[in-house]
Unconditional design. Sequence first.
Lengths: 573, 141, 247
Amino acid sequence: MTAVERPAGAPAQAGYEHGHVHEGIVAWLTTTDHKKVGVLYMAAALIFFAIGGLMSLLMRAELAAPGIQLLDLGTYNQLFTMHGTAMIFFFATPMVIGLANYLVPLQIGAPDVAFPRLNAFTFWLFLFSALIVFGGFALTTGAAAFGWYGYPPLSTATYSPGLGGDLWVMGLFLSGISSILGAVNLIATMFALRAPGMSMFRLPLFTWNILATSILIMLCFPVLGAALAMLFIDRNLGGSFFTDAGDPIVYQHLFWFFGHPEVYIIALPFFGVITEIVPVFSRQPLFGYKAFVFATILIASYSFSVWAHHMFTTGAVNNVYFAITSFLIAIPTGVKFFGWTATMWRGSIWFATPMLFVVGGMAVFLIGGITGIFLASPPIDYVVHDTYYVVAHMHYVMFGTAAFAMFGAIYYWYPKFTGHMLDEGLGKLHFWLLFIGFNVTFFPMHELGLDGMPRRIGDYVESTGWGDLNLLATVGTVVIAAAVLVFAWNFLSSLSLGKPAGDDPWGGHTLEWATSSPPPHHNFTRLPPITSDRPVLDERLALPERTGGEPVDPKTSGEEPLPSRSQEDRHHG
Amino acid sequence: MAEELRTFLRAGLWALVAGGIYLFFVGEAAGTALFAAVIVAAVAFVAVSAAMAPRSLSGLDEGSPLGRLIRAVGFGEPREPDPLHGEPEVVPLASPWPIVTAAALVIAGLGLVFGAWLLLPGIALLVIGGIGWLTQLDRVG
Amino acid sequence: MTRRRGLTVGGVLVAALLSGCILEPVTDSGRDVASLYWWFMLAAAVVFAIVIGLMAWSIIRFRGPAGRDAPIPPLISGNMALEVVWWALPVLLVAVLAFFTIVVLGRVDAHGEDPDVTVEVTGYQWGWQFVFPDTGVVVNGTAADPASLPLPVDRTIAFEIHSADVVHSFNIPAFLIKRDAVPTRVNRFDVVIEEEGTYGGQCGEFCGLLHARQLFEIEAMSGEDFDAWLAGQEPSEARLMPGASAP
C-alpha cells in the first residue's frame, strides 16, 4: 500500500491556476473555494448568533420582573419570533453547513466540493435571504411577530398584516432553497469525491453525520417550502389553504414534518463533532464505529416519524403513535452516550479546551435528552407543552449541541482554519462562564414551566410568583453574554497573536490533519494510505519514534482492515 | 450497487415501513401523503440515476430476489469499497456569477412581495447571471 | 474559586429542582398524571446518575498528560457484548415508560357519555368566553377584565373548546392539562375537580399581540354553591360561536 500523491495543481485544474486570482474583498465575494465559502458561512452564522443573543438579552431584561419595563408586547413578540428564526435558520443550520463545507472535502480527501460555484451560490442566497427576513425591523409595521413556526391563521394577512410577515415567508423560502442545494452538493461530494480507499465504513463520523443531515435536508426542506408557498398564497393572493375553507392543522403537519427533522439537522452534525473530538483527546479509536453509524442512521430515520409530538395538544393527531416513535429516538441516542463514555474509558484523556466543551456539551445534552423523554409522553406534555419547561428542554438540547459542541468544534478546528491556536486559558474561562451562565439561565425554567408559566409571553402577573426565578434566569443570561465576549476576544486576537498551529496540533485521527494549516488550494499535496477510519493516527503509529515505544499495528487493535485493492480494481471493480 | 442508490433506497424503504404503520394505525391523510411523497422521491431518484448509469446497479444480478434486496439496502460493507472517482466540477478559483445569481433570485423574490418594479429587474438579472454562469467555462476553457 | 461558586450555584439549582418537582394535582386525571410524572422522575434520576457517573469516573480515572506527543495507551475499538447490552438497556427502559404512558393517556383522554356539566369554551383575540349550553348562561372575559368561571367540585365537567379566530390553548396549569382551541375543530377534555379553590388559567398557544394578557380563572366551589350561582344567572344570546356544539 503506497501513499497516493495528488499534485497541488492536478492536470484538470491546471488551466485555472494561472488565471488572475483577486485579492482582498473581491476574492471573498467571488470565491469558489470550499474553505473560503465555509469560513464565510461560519462567520455569518456567528454574527447571527450574536444578533440572536442580543435579542434574548432584551427579552430577558423585559422578563426580569413582572410588569412592562423595557419593551411593549408587540416588540417582545417580534423579538422572540426573530430570535427563534435567527438561531434556527440563520445561526445553527448555516453553522452546520459551514463546518461541513470546510471539513467534509478534507475528511474524505477531496480537492473541493462537487459543485464549487453552486456552493458559493448557496452561501450568498442564504445571506441575502437572512438579510431580507431581518429587513422587517426596518419597516414601520415591524418584523414578523407570529412565532418562528408561523402557525396560521395567526400568520395570515387577516391577523398579521404588514410586509414583515411577507419578508419572513419569502426569506425562509429562499434560504430553504439554499439549504437544499447545499445538501445536494454535500451528498454529491461524499458519494463521488472520496479518495481511493475511503470506503463508506471508513468515513469519519462527522462526515457520516453530515451525510445523514444532508439527506434530512433534502427530504424535509421541500416540505417547508411547500408550506411557506401556500402561506404566501394565503397571505397575498387570496388563497385559503389554511383558513376557513382549508385546515390550519395541515400547516402544522407540514411545518413539523420539516421542523422535527430540522432539530436533528442541527443536532446530528454536532453529535458528529463530539464523536470526532472525544477519540482524539482520549487517544483512543472510537468505541464501536459501526454502532455509531447505525445509531446515526436510526436517529435520522426516526426523526421522520415523530413530527406530531409537537401537536399532542391539538387533539388532531394520534398521540399513541407519536409517543411510541418519539420514545424510540432515546435508544440510538443512549447508545451514542455509552459509546462516547466507552471511548474515554481506558483512554489517556487530554483535557484541552475542545474536550472540555464537548464533555460539557454531553452533560448539558443529557439533561435535554432526559426532559425530551418526559415531553414524549403525552400526559406529561399536556402539562408542560408551550411552557418554560419546553424552553428549558429545547435550550438544553440546542446548547448541548449547537453551542457547547459548536464551540468545541471551533477550538478544535480553528488551528486548521487559521494556522493559529486559540488561547487555552481564555478558552477555559469561556467554558466555565458559559457552563455556569447557561445552567443558571435555563435550569430554573424547568420549574417555571411546571408551575405553568407559558412561553412567548412578554409579561406576567406578580401574584404568580414567577419573578424570582425569572430574575435568576436574567442574571444567568448576562453571564452567558460575558462568556461570549471572552470568546469573541479570544477568536479575534488569536487571528494574529495565536501560537502557530502546525499541521496537526492535537494528534488528530482524520485526513484534515494530514495537510497544512490552513490547507492549500485543492487541499492535499499528499494523502496517507487509508485503511481505517483514522488514517492519520495509523500513519503516526507506524512511526515508532513518535509513540516512544512499540508501534501499534492497527490490524491487532480489534478492527479488521478491509482487503486492499490495486488501483486497477478500483476503476473496474 | 452504488452507495448513493442504496442510501435512497433505504430512505424510501424506511418511509414505506413507517408510512405503512402510520396508514394502518392512524390513517390520517396529511402524514400519509408526506410519507408517500418521500417514497415517490426515493423511487424517482433511484430510477433516474439507474437509467443514467446502469453500471451503478452492478452486483445485483445474482441470487434470489430477497437476497438482492437485502444486499441493496443492507448495511454490510459495499461490494465495491471504493468511491466513484469523480472530480469536482472544474471551475476557476473565483467566479462572480454565484453572488450575482443569488442577488437576482432574492431581488425577484422581493419583487413578489413589493411588486413588478422589483420582479422584472430581478428576472432580467437572473437571466444574465444564468447565462454568465453557464457560459463561463466555455470562455475560460 | 470556581469550585466554590459552582457549589453555591449547584445548591441553588438542587433547591430549585426539588421544589419544582412537586406537581400538586387537584383533579382526578391530574392524580394519574402526577404519579406518571413521578415514575418518569425516578427513571430520569437513575439514567442521569448512571450516565453522569460513568462519564465522571472515566474522566477522573483515565486522565492523561497534555500534549500531542504523549504516549498512546493500547487501542480498544469495540466490544460486541457490551454494545449489545447498551442497545438493550434503553429498549427496556422506553418500553416500560411507553406502557405507563399509554395507560395514563387512556385515562386522561377518556370522555364520559354523560358529563354532569358541559362548558363551551371559546378562545378569541384576546379573552375567553364560557357558555353553559344547558341553561344558556354566558361568562365573558376580556384582556382588561378576565373571566372568572364558577364550577362545581366532584362532578364530571366536559370542556368543549372552540376558537373564534386563531389557534389558542385552553390551559389550566393546576389541572395538569391543556388543549388547543383550533378554528374549524372542536376539542374536548373531561375533569372532575376534587378541591375547592381559585385556579388561574392562561392561553397556552401564542395568539398575537395580547397573548400574555389572555387570562381567566376558575372558581371551584361546592355543588350547592354552584347550583345557586347558576340559578341566579340570566341566559344570554351573545355567543362568539353560535350553536357550535348544540347538544
